[in-house]
Design a protein around this ligand. Structure first.
Ligand code: SF4
Ligand code: ZN
Ligand code: ZN
Length: 320
């Protein structure tokens, strides 16, 4: 058995390849929480008096996020409001929601829920059935847009100052590469520890306190802290490009530990150096239907729900 590199007393349970250290359970927990606290200080994410919406799904990342934020906000003096978005995926989100509820009960927090059905008039189960008739987009193309919109709406309606989401270092590195490979500079400029369009009407700034901890570390943290979380994969998972990048980054990380963090750090340094303004505030409008800030006449969520309503059966071919 390897001894913990830090305390040199207990048996190590985690091998942190990129630091060259092996940590015991208490030392790993302290390390994980220190990383999140440090990210919070560095980017001034959560500050005294903030009302923070927290996106929870029942999965490991958001479970780790909510738990570590309860410690952080006690220290900083901020309020947490857990929010669960129910996509309407039978047998999946309902099961995960039970875990999210159990975690909130454990922490003494009230879980707020909002469903796609309520916001958009259509659940993901129904979206997939409609989408199957036209083979237009992958399920995640709808779901990602809907979730972002619904989370923002819930956080805004609950009067949150910021919305914390469970994006970890793996998600960050994948998104940076994806935006790069798809040549989407405007998205690039809006991406970071804070993301979104800056402070605007009806928009709640998203923050990513887990950006410097990996997916694996979130899972280990949840296990060592004995937090309830749901492991099952979504039956509609369709984002194959992200999946390919995930595999690619994992193989690079294995050979060159620390690569995921280096991608994030390089991106943030580059972003600082860029002179061009992100997306001019003047170019931004509000959706004519729902009032969400967007760059066109309607926001993406309204365009997609309209597309689903009007989709003629069997006319469009596979254009994912
Ligand atoms: Fe939605 Fe895709 Fe996530 Fe399933 S995998 S919950 S469809 S974004
Ligand atoms: Zn130790
Ligand atoms: Zn809209």
């Amino acid at each position: 058995m390897v001894t913990c590199t830090k305390c040199k007393k207990r048996d190590a349970v985690v091998d942190l390849g990129y630091t060259g250290s092996d940590l015991c359970s208490p030392c790993f927990i302290a390390y994980f929480e220190h990383r999140v606290f440090k990210t919070n200080r560095e980017f001034k994410l959560i500050q005294h008096g903030d009302k923070i919406g927290v996106g929870v799904s029942g999965g490991k990342d958001s479970a780790a996020l909510l738990f570590v934020l309860t410690k952080l906000t006690k220290h900083v003096g901020a309020q947490l409001i857990p929010i669960l978005i129910d996509e309407g995926i039978t047998g999946y989100r309902d099961k995960a929601a039970e875990k999210a509820q159990a975690l909130c009960d454990k922490l003494g927090l009230t879980l707020h829920r909002l469903s796609y059905k309520k916001v958009f008039g259509i659940s993901m189960d129904e979206t997939v059935k409609k989408r199957d008739k036209v083979k237009w987009r992958g399920a995640c193309s709808y779901c990602g847009v809907f979730r972002k919109h619904a989370l923002n709406k819930a956080a805004f309606d609950l009067g949150c100052d910021k919305l914390a989401i469970g994006h970890n270092a793996d998600d960050m590195a994948q998104t940076i590469l994806m935006n790069f490979l798809k040549s989407e500079p405007a998205r690039f400029m809006r991406f970071g520890a804070f993301s979104g369009i800056t402070e605007r009407d009806k928009f709640v700034m998203r923050i990513k306190p887990l950006m410097y901890v990996t997916e694996r570390e979130c899972a280990i943290y949840c296990t060592l802290r004995d937090l309830p979380f749901h492991l099952q994969e979504c039956p509609y998972s369709s984002d194959s490009f992200r999946g390919e990048l995930k595999d690619f980054l994992n193989s690079v990380e294995e050979k060159h530990p620390g690569s995921k963090f280096n991608i994030i750090k390089s991106f943030l340094s580059l972003k600082e150096l860029m002179v061009a303004a992100p997306v001019s505030e003047k170019e931004l409008k509000h959706c004519a239907k729902c009032g969400t800030p967007c760059s066109g006449e309607n926001c993406k969520a309204c365009l997609l729900t309209e597309e689903l309503k009007n989709a003629p059966q069997g006319q469009l071919k596979n254009r994912k």
